[in-house]
Design a protein around this ligand. Sequence first.
Ligand code: TRP
Length: 333
Amino acid sequence: METVFSGIQPSGELHIGNYLGAVRTWVALQDQYRCFYCIVDLHAITQPYEPAEMPRRIREMAIDLIACGIDPTKATLFVQSAVPEHTELAWMLASVTPFGELGRMTQFKDKSERNPENINAGLFTYPVLQAADVLLYGATRVPVGEDQRQHLELVREIVRKWNARFGDTFAEPQPLLSSTPKILGLDGQGKMSKSLGNTIGLREADAKIWDKLRAAATDPARARRTDPGDPDVCNVFTLHRFFSDDKRQQDVRAGCTTAGIGCIDCKKWLLEGMLGDLQRIARRRDELAAQPHKIDEILADGARRARAVARETMTRIRARLGLDAHGEPGTTG
Ligand code: TRP
């Protein structure tokens, strides 16, 4: 069985972009693959943050993931910093990672431009830690969005460089690009992001969700109520494809292309479907939130399982590097 690895930052709350773009795919994969899903807190600390809030952010993310259908008895769900081998391997991989390639990463350039007072080395070596995440578990499949494609390409290059220098050790992981339609932000620009405020949080109140939907961008060519619209260029229709049944989607398409319905009607229908899904998730989340020890246990158990695999990998890696002759970490001293 092939291994899947993916990671998500502990932003505190999932939004529908994460849910539709990533988490639903993760859920679908857990029956077919050996899956490791990691809450990447060590990646998150490259941005300014409040340490006192981190435990809550991590816990809420775990609750959201499980409420969305991640099943910790099928997939290994764990927190990155609970498995110190991630940082150890990252250092080793850094020794074969071309400096120039890291400088070419668009995410690094974007983050540096947006936040010129916070260009730290962690931000620069971020993709090396990401490579360690994937390679520790021998993952060959990595479900990622378009924005992570370049990082995964770099992981593959790191693997080639490593294998050339130290002998065949890692397989090149392949991206598992989702076949789901591309979802834009509610403003119709770029991708959904919590910091841009153009998305809907899974925990948002119904009234707030409607406010956001009502203002959401639709087919820009449909200026008046009487103009027919084109669902295939409308981001709201894309959302219908996830949240509405086939019949509803057909009604929307027919109504929109004939100007039989207006954008507001269409959005009301979308709201119905969306609230149905989000309320179901919210119920599961409330059940989980009422059992905090259970979440802690799930994460501790995930870390134990992940760490057993990570340790084995590191034993092999240290041997490859000639770094295993003077005491095994954790057994001396
Ligand atoms: N960098 C990814 C993101 O921000 C998260 C991530 C960390 C990841 N490690 C990973 C994704 C390993 C895939 C594989 O979305």
